[in-house]
Design a binder for this molecule. Structure first.
Ligand SMILES: [Zn+2]
Length: 340
């Protein structure tokens, strides 16, 4: 026997049954993720005379694009600070057992990738890693042209100055002499990469202006700003190596000129030789298991021509003076060359 009446069928029974907005859900998830994270940095950043800040869009971008650079400077004792702008919730899941984490299934990929990124940073020797505005503040926008680009809370929809303010707080705290991010096209046109570029450039610009949000710390002027670059000749070497190995469908082109992301060799100012740190980069690639397939092109390249292609990382110096130290191609070989 029951003494309480049943609630009306199909109706909401109170305020707690109100549907959450998508943004609120994201913020709640982020708060949970932050609670679960251990504090990572327990030292004063300014104890390190050389400080490098990298701004990337998704977990795995830091490893694929700048892995040996990060490992190399970390090994030399520089402070390497990574800011990742989203959790990469919209990524494709390449591990069948984890396919349920995909955004179009159960979801949860973002939280999973927080762990992958932590493992990758450990492999690279990078101790200072943050998410822009805290984990989950900005959600992956998905590839350009998808409906997810318009979703509230996605990084593509972020207010530029609000997002830049999160980065300004980091810049003024860490005071990096060198910042690395993408070019205006985000390297290859992904909305989150384009937005990471905009946020990084805006953050650098306003961080040096003491009248801009003085509550975020003392003004700091970044000495050198680099955009990641893949020289066209290196891209061509990769295409040729993959074709010879039977992986030709990855790029689906014969010539690097047909791809939107090769940079003319003459525009590449800087080459970091990280061949000694290839093992760390490969370990970090393995850490991003849902994203980088073991039988895919990145591992194929690292096996075949690793030192020439995966062990060298290239940049364009877009702000600041190039250092005098040069390699045989006339390029800078040290991001900090000429600094302090
Ligand atoms: Zn990315």
């Amino acid at each position: 026997m029951t003494t309480t009446p049943d609630p009306p069928l199909g109706g909401n029974v109170g305020p707690s049954a109100e549907p959450l907005t998508a943004e609120q859900e994201v913020l709640d998830e982020a708060a949970q993720v932050m609670e679960d994270l251990e504090p990572i940095v327990d030292m004063d950043p300014l104890d390190n005379p050389r400080r490098l800040l990298l701004v990337h869009a998704h977990p795995d971008d830091e490893t694929i694009g700048t892995g040996v650079t990060m490992a190399s400077y970390a090994a030399q004792g520089a402070l390497v600070t990574l800011v990742t702008c989203t959790l990469g919730e919209e990524g494709e899941v390449l591990v069948p057992e984890l396919a349920h984490l995909a955004a179009d299934r159960d979801g949860g990929l973002g939280e999973h990738r927080v762990g992958e990124l932590a493992a990758a940073c450990e492999a690279l020797g990078v101790k200072d890693h943050r998410f822009l505005g805290g984990a989950g503040r900005y959600v992956d926008s998905g590839m350009m042209g998808l409906p997810s680009n318009a979703r509230p809370g996605c990084f593509w929809q972020a207010d530029l100055d609000e997002a830049a303010a999160h980065l300004v707080a980091v810049i003024r705290e860490v005071r990096p002499q060198v910042v690395v991010t993408y070019d205006e096209n985000g390297g290859y046109g992904h909305p989150d990469h384009i937005q990471a570029h905009r946020v990084a450039m805006r953050g650098i610009e306003v961080a040096r202006d003491g009248s801009w949000r003085p509550d975020l710390g003392e003004a700091w002027s970044v000495a050198k700003v680099y955009w990641t670059a893949v020289p066209r000749s290196v891209l061509q070497a990769g295409i040729d190596a993959l074709r010879e190995s039977g992986q030709e469908n990855f790029f689906a082109v014969e010539s690097a000129d047909e791809l939107p992301f090769g940079v003319p060799d003459a525009e590449v100012t800087t080459a970091v030789d990280g061949a000694l740190h290839m093992e760390a980069k490969v370990a970090a690639m393995r850490a991003h298991a849902t994203q980088i397939s073991l039988d895919g092109p990145f591992f194929a390249l690292s096996n075949m021509v690793g030192h020439e292609i995966m062990g060298m990382e290239y940049y364009r110096l877009v702000s600041g003076e190039p250092g005098e130290q040069r390699d045989l191609d006339g390029r800078e070989s040290d991001l900090f060359s000429g600094v302090g």
